[in-house]
Design a protein around this ligand. Structure first.
Ligand SMILES: [Fe+2]
Ligand SMILES: [Fe+2]
Length: 324
């Protein structure tokens, strides 16, 4: 269950809270709301009503809102079974689109518009180059999740097997490009002296870089502390189901597997021999024939000679022409 404690002065939202109030109280959550596919114009609707209208699991929405809204504090990490992975996947995929198609290109456009780029201005040129290489790293990271990690979870949710396990993601995930954006911020703050007329524009792009850095950090933490544990739980359930199916398949296979002596008996039965004749032919006692026949009937769940005939032909124990 989600932590229900309300911390002193710390926003902690509940399903019955008004969505409009949530956004007004903490405007930084607006982007989180949008990434769940929700738009403004929420009227007087509660959080759970807006979630329902948008096909989003309310617990998952609030888990992300309360975690991100409280600075990704460990106290706000929900239990893995409180997370609906389809809803969280929707949010993470949309977050990737937001970074790749909106946030990062917007910062680049602002950098170009703010800093004087020309062949004579090597410093500005290097800043843009540095930013582009950061974007490439972020793109590679998000592409890996879009193409490998998320489809793996889709497959698990539809009970399909994959070769991937989430442990691979777990070990590689902290190697993100966040440090580069931090460095870029520091380089601009410490070493770029802008002409005074472009101060406001430079501050604007710098603010965007700060926000983007925080958003990428929060995104990574949501993946590590909400997404990853929920996927591990799903994998554990999937492997329990697999084990169950394998056990049952093994039992079925054993059941259909007749010993060579039992196969001999089946052949005799379908050829019309009596139990006494079978005992004589195979040099075994009459009672042994009866025991074998009981076992065969139990394993195959076939009790009549006609049924055994079909079984024997289908499994190549006899040919149709051998039968009268
Ligand atoms: Fe991601
Ligand atoms: Fe990630």
């Amino acid at each position: 269950m989600i932590v229900r404690k309300k911390y002193n002065g710390t926003p902690f939202f509940q399903p019955s809270d008004m969505m409009a109030e949530l956004i007004s109280r903490q405007y930084s959550l607006l982007q989180v709301v949008s990434r769940f596919g929700m738009t403004l114009g929420v009227g007087e609707k509660s959080v759970s009503e807006v979630c329902q209208l948008n096909g989003v699991d309310t617990n998952t929405f609030l888990a992300v809102i309360n975690y991100v809204g409280n600075g990704c504090s460990p106290e706000f990490i929900p239990e893995p079974d409180a997370i609906s992975l389809p809803s969280l996947l929707k949010y993470l995929r949309e977050s990737h689109t937001y970074f790749l198609e909106y946030s990062l290109p917007s910062i680049r456009r602002k950098l170009i518009g703010t800093i004087n780029y020309s062949s004579s201005n090597e410093f500005s040129f290097l800043i843009l180059k540095y930013y582009d290489s950061f974007c490439e790293e972020v793109r590679a990271h998000l592409d890996y999740e879009n193409k490998i990690v998320f489809p793996h979870v889709d497959a698990l949710l539809s009970h399909r097997a994959t070769d991937f396990t989430i442990d691979a993601f777990d070990t590689e995930h902290d190697e993100t490009a966040d440090g580069k954006l931090n460095e870029l911020k520091n380089i601009i703050i410490r070493y770029y002296s802008s002409p005074s007329e472009s101060n406001y524009a430079l501050n604007d792009v710098l603010s965007d870089i700060f926000i983007c850095n925080e958003e990428l950090d929060a995104h990574g933490l949501v993946e590590e502390n909400l997404f990853l544990p929920a996927v591990k739980l799903l994998e554990a359930h999937a492997s329990e189901i697999d084990d169950f199916l394998i056990d049952n398949r093994t039992e079925d296979a054993d059941a259909s597997l007749l010993s060579s002596r039992e196969k001999d008996i089946v052949v005799c039965v379908v050829k019309g021999l009596t139990n006494k004749e079978i005992a004589d032919k195979l040099n075994i006692s009459f009672n042994t024939v009866l025991t074998h026949r009981r076992n065969i009937a139990h394993k195959l769940e076939i009790h009549s000679p006609a049924g055994l005939t079909i079984y024997a032909i289908v499994n190549g124990l006899v040919k149709l022409e051998e039968l009268e």
